[in-house]
Every structure is written in C-alpha cells, then in structure tokens.
Design a protein around this ligand. Structure first.
Ligand SMILES: NC(=O)C1=CN([C@@H]2O[C@H](COP(=O)(O)OP(=O)(O)OC[C@H]3O[C@@H](n4cnc5c(N)ncnc54)[C@H](O)[C@@H]3O)[C@@H](O)[C@H]2O)C=CC1
Ligand SMILES: O=C(CO)COP(=O)(O)O
Length: 331
C-alpha cells in the first residue's frame, strides 16, 4: 500500500481520503482552515463537508502543504479547477520526481483552455506518464456512505493506472483503467455544463423528453469536441462520459444540477451561488469549453446557451427557444 497526500479537504478530497484509508493506505491531507485540520485530527470527521461520516485514524491533516507533501508516494489534487494553477505553483517544487500525481478535478482552465492534466504538466513540470485522472459518476456524498460506485483511472501509462487502481479499490469503490486521458477529462468537464442545462430544465418544470434530449445531445457535444481533440469517441459511452453525465444530470446531490435548478427558477447567478456554496465547476467551464469548441470549429449549442444564461443575461426560457429554432439537420 502507499503513503498518499491529499491536497484539499473539500467534499471530494475528503471522500477520496476515506477511500484511500479504507483501502489500507496512510493519508495526509492538506486543509486550508485550522478548524478542518482539528476536526480531522481530533474528531476524525470533516463535518463542514461530510457530516456524520467517520474517518479512520490513518487519515491525518495539516494546514501546512509542505508537511502534507513530505514523503508522499502519490499526491492527489482536489482543489477547484480554476485555482489549481496558483495552488500548484506553490506546491510543485515539493513534489518528488517519481511521485504519481492524481487529478480529481473536472474543469477546463479559463483563458488557457487547458485540461487539468495539462495545467499539472505545465505548472508542476510533471511528465504526462506520471499524471493519473480519477473520474466517473462519483458523487462524493454517496461514496462517503459507502454506496457501490465505479470509476475510471486514466493515465497514458497503463501500468501506472493499474497501480493507482490497486490503491483505491475498496468493497464500495471499483475503478477501471483507461489510457484515454483526453476523453476522460473532457467527459468530466463537459458533463458539468450539461448538468447545469438539465438542472435549468428541471427548474423550469420541463419533463422527461426534454431531459433525455439534453443528455443525448449533450453527449453528442462531448463526443464532437473529444474527437476533435484526439479522444476515443468510445470513452464517452463509458463511466467517464455517459456514466458521469447521467449521475450529475439526475442527482439532487450534484452542485451543478442544483445550480441549474436555481437558474431555471429565475434566480440570478449570485443567488444560485449562495444556494450551492460549494464548487459548481460548470459555471466557469461553460465559458472555457465554449471557447475551446470555437477554437476547434466544433458546434456545442447547449454549451453556448448555458454560457449565455450564466454571463450574457439570457433567460433559460430564451435559451430553450434558441435551441429549438436552430436549423434542422440529420442526427
Ligand atoms: N464533490 C464531488 O462529488 C466531486 C467533485 N469532483 C471534482 O473535484 C474538484 C473539487 O471539488 P469538491 O471537493 O467537491 O469542491 P469543494 O468546494 O467541496 O472543496 C474545494 C476544496 O478546495 C479548497 N481550496 C483550495 N484552494 C482554494 C481556492 N483558492 N479557492 C477555493 N477553494 C480552495 C477548499 O478549501 C476546499 O477544501 C472539482 O473539480 C470537482 O468537479 C469530482 C468528482 C466528484
Ligand atoms: O463530478 C461529480 C460526480 O461525478 C460531482 O458533481 P457536482 O460537482 O455537480 O456535484
């Protein structure tokens, strides 16, 4: 087994630490706030994010990132996508040269339009064969209560993906390996945007035909962009594509879904943020994914409309009207 650093103690970072510890590893977490450090070290809980979930004492925490990284064989990055660059700039010199870096983040960076593994490679000077992405239909709260879940470990180095798979397999968490990092990362980022659209439809009181249409045409957008960027289209029919898309769209536990529901009910962006509080990545990634699509001449009409609702004052109803008045075409 391994000694693993988990950088950030939010919903997914804490749940992932639990998976690691339950699989027999020792875990050192970095948390920004001293209160969270104390909750983990003294009470073996993180009630701000996972109330009532006991954590093993093999999980310890520190507010000092260098202390968390010290001696780690694997480093898990679990910060919001748009803060990764700044966070990692401070940590990178302290990450060992043989260490496997595991990305849990599901977003595309604004401005640079880079996927998270590309940011890790650039800022952390980590070769791509040392970067593994864990993704899939992985709502933190369900996993924290040990409900059976599958996931994907994506790494261009298949042997490294298997090593990560080994250290995160538990009786409730079943990871599969995949070498299509581009497809797995895009699947995870795009489903957040489609989850927002699906939530808006729910918030507007629209029914299941509309929702099935959003999932299906949303998946078509992911496949189109993925194919243009070199991903294997088949990846999108797996856990990192359809699996994650369905979980986020239908679950009231999803922050992106919840955020979309608020917008669909006529709330402003700021009000929706207040309701959701934790990271809803699609709100930022709708713009970076739209820009990435435009840069590669790929049509992503749902993504375009989500961006307009978030930032250009379009109402969800107008967005639906725009989508329905597009030119007709073959499927
Ligand atoms: N929560 C979930 O069910 C899942 C989340 N993810 C992904 O994991 C990533 C992290 O998400 P969560 O843990 O859910 O988010 P969260 O909002 O629950 O936690 C984010 C953590 O990052 C820390 N952080 C460090 N630097 C920060 C900064 N500059 N600004 C804001 N926060 C900062 C926060 O203190 C907090 O501990 C996201 O990319 C998300 O899409 C992926 C799968 C499941
Ligand atoms: O990525 C997730 C499930 O796989 C979590 O979704 P939300 O970020 O929308 O809560």
């Amino acid at each position: 087994m391994a000694h693993v650093a988990v950088m950030a103690a939010g919903s997914w970072g804490t749940t992932f630490a639990k998976i690691l510890a339950d699989a027999g590893n020792t875990v050192r977490m970095w948390a920004r706030r001293e209160k969270v450090v104390e909750d983990i070290n003294v009470h073996h809980m993180n009630p701000d994010y996972l109330p009532d979930v006991p954590l093993l004492s093999t999980i310890t925490a520190t507010a000092n990132p260098l202390e968390a990284l010290d001696g780690a064989e694997m480093v898990v990055l679990a910060v919001p996508s748009q803060t990764l660059r700044d966070n990692l700039a401070d940590w990178a010199p302290h990450i060992g040269r043989d260490v496997t870096v595991i990305s849990l983040m599901k977003g595309v960076e604004l401005g640079t339009l880079k996927r998270m593994s590309e940011v890790i490679h650039e800022v952390g000077k980590v070769d791509f064969d040392r970067i593994a992405v864990v993704t899939g239909p992985n709502l933190a709260k369900e996993i924290a209560s040990e409900q059976p879940t599958a996931a994907v470990v994506a790494c261009i180095d298949a042997a490294r993906a298997e090593r990560v798979q080994d250290v995160i397999t538990t009786k409730y968490f079943r990871p599969y390996t995949n070498t299509d990092v581009v497809g797995c990362e895009l699947g995870g980022a795009i489903k957040n945007v489609i989850g927002l659209a699906f939530g808006m439809a729910s918030g507007m009181g629209l029914g299941d035909n509309t929702k099935a249409t959003l999932i299906t045409r949303g998946l078509a957008e992911a496949i189109r962009l993925g194919s243009a960027l070199g991903a294997d289209p088949l990846t999108f029919s797996g856990l990192a594509g359809l699996g994650d898309l369905v979980a986020t769209c239908v679950s009231p536990l999803s922050r992106n879904h919840t955020f979309g529901v608020a917008l669909g009910r006529g709330r402003t962006l700021a009000e929706a943020q207040e309701i959701t509080r934790q990271t809803a990545e699609g709100v930022k990634s709708c713009r970076s994914i739209r820009d990435l699509a435009r840069a590669h001449d790929v049509e992503m009409p749902i993504t375009e409309q989500v961006e307009k609702v978030c930032y250009e004052g379009l109402s969800p109803r107008q967005a639906v009207a725009e989508l329905m008045s597009r030119d007709t075409k073959s499927e």
